[in-house]
Every structure is written in C-alpha cells, then in structure tokens.
Design a protein around this ligand. Structure first.
Ligand SMILES: [Zn+2]
Length: 109
C-alpha cells in the first residue's frame, strides 16, 4: 500500500471514529457498562458492521489516538498491528503514516 493509500484508509477510519464519538455521546449516564453498537472502524469502504462493546471499553481504547476497534479479520496488516483480540472484536494500533493521520484527525486532539 502506498503512502497515499495509507492516508486515505486512515482518513476513512478517522471519519468513522467521529460517528462513534456521536454514538458514545448519545448514551445515557449510568449506562457506561451496557453493550452499545459502535461502528467497525476498519478501512474497508462501505463497511457498516456494528461491534458491541460498552462505553467503558470504548473509552479505554480511545485513550490512545492510534488505536481503533475493528471486527476480527477487518484489519489491514500493512497499516496497523493487532494488539489485542477480545470476544467479538479486535484492537489495532496504526503504524507510520496511518498513525500520523489518526493523530491529526483525533477529535479530541
Ligand atoms: Zn469493518
């Protein structure tokens, strides 16, 4: 994958992350431990699959701007590294240019 493709894939993922931020904000206080349907944050165009995890779990992942939550098998090995596999989802960390784009687009940056 070229640098240009890496940046495009990462930008797509950053957009989905904004959607998930909105989903998270829509939760009621006190429901942080209930499963919520977050969008898969993978780089596949048109992927609109949902991943169930609690707001607490999502916050833990989002504490690092380079980390994203994906469905198993939706990772792109050339831009990200799977750092943890959990029931129903995986956590990936961006590398190189994709990581820079993720940080530039961090909605909390
Ligand atoms: Zn996906």
């Amino acid at each position: 994958m070229t640098g240009k493709h890496q940046r495009r894939a990462a930008a797509n993922e950053a957009t989905i992350r904004d959607v998930n931020e909105g989903i998270e904000r829509g939760q009621w206080p006190g429901e942080e431990d209930s499963p919520v349907g977050f969008r898969c944050e993978c780089a596949r165009l048109g992927c609109n699959r949902l991943i169930e995890l609690s707001v607490h779990e999502y916050e833990e992942i989002r504490a690092n701007p380079r980390r994203f939550v994906l469905l198993p098998g939706h990772e792109f090995a050339d831009i990200e590294t799977v750092i943890e596999t959990r029931p129903g989802y995986i956590i990936v960390e961006k590398r190189d240019e994709a990581a820079e784009v993720a940080e530039e687009n961090n909605p909390r940056g």
